[in-house]
Design a protein. Structure first.
Length: 276
């Protein structure tokens, strides 16, 4: 559990989006095991199996979505822990196992592989939504000290460009070599890595940072992240960048030139963190 201040988990509105995505995740994971079950009861016709699978996904998604939609504190509790990334990790392992068992399980392994990758993406969405809901809960009613809006420093953009470009290049070569030598594993790996490389390519990366008495909130267009002050170790400020060092995880980096009131930001951080 994270060390931030406790959140108010009293009366909250329903959360159908989190419930729906969680239901779709669980439905995707349950489809492959359903096939041998329905075959065991005598359902072997492809059309009937297809309808059974669609029905399974629909039922699991609906029930899970209904249960979680009426229980918003579940998302807040999940977002307060690193366990929020567990669904993605499980789905990735699920896809790997499905791919490794293709020769022995046939269509079940194929479905496990592709639906595992889909569940991996849905698991990531669950983690981001849970973190956003936790952030909203823990910062509700807190006093804002200052805020600033800034993009990535130029040096950080260059690093992201090099890493992202390298991943895209390696993935493209992997797909090509796999196709030439008929290496399915290499092809699939390249296809998975290829879009991942583009995610790493630099964009403006503009974020809004809000310093409160409880900690530092980072606001993105589709997500919110919260770091309690005791999760942050120190800061370093120069003419190019503001770097806030976390005790665990990657540092937070901002372009100094984009910050409107650098002196206020430095004072806020100096009051709470050590200066490298």
């Amino acid at each position: 559990m994270r060390s931030a201040a406790s959140t108010d988990r009293g009366e909250t509105e329903s959360d159908p989006l989190f419930g729906g995505v969680s239901g779709a995740y669980l439905g995707s994971m349950l489809v492959p095991p359903v096939i041998p079950l329905i075959e065991r009861v005598g359902v072997t016709e492809a059309g009937t199996q297809y309808l059974a699978l669609i029905g399974t996904v629909g039922l699991v998604t609906t029930v899970t979505g209904w249960v979680l939609s009426s229980r918003p504190p579940v998302a807040v509790t999940l977002g307060a822990t690193r366990a929020r990334w567990l669904p993605s990790a499980i789905a990735f392992a699920y896809a790997v196992i499905g791919f490794a068992s293709l020769e022995t399980t046939g269509v079940v392994g194929v479905l496990a592989f592709f639906l595992g990758l889909l569940a991996f993406l849905l698991g990531g969405a669950i983690a981001v939504m849970a973190q956003t809901r936790y952030t909203a809960a823990v910062t509700a009613g807190t006093e804002e000290v200052t805020r600033w809006r800034a993009s990535w420093p130029e040096s950080a953009r260059r690093r992201r460009l090099y890493v992202g470009g390298a991943v895209v290049g390696v993935a493209a070569v992997g797909v090509a070599v796999g196709a030439v030598f008929d290496l399915a594993l290499l092809q699939y790996t390249g296809q998975v890595l290829f879009p991942s490389g583009f995610v790493l390519l630099p964009t403006g990366g503009t974020r809004t940072a809000v310093a409160t008495e409880r900690g530092l909130e980072i606001r993105l267009p589709v997500a919110r992240w919260f770091y309690a002050w005791n999760e942050l170790e120190s800061y370093d400020l120069d003419s190019e960048s503001l770097v806030i060092t976390r005790r665990w995880g990657s540092d937070l980096r901002f372009a100094t030139a984009d910050i409107d009131d650098v002196s206020l930001v430095e004072w806020t951080l100096a009051e709470r963190l050590s200066d490298d």
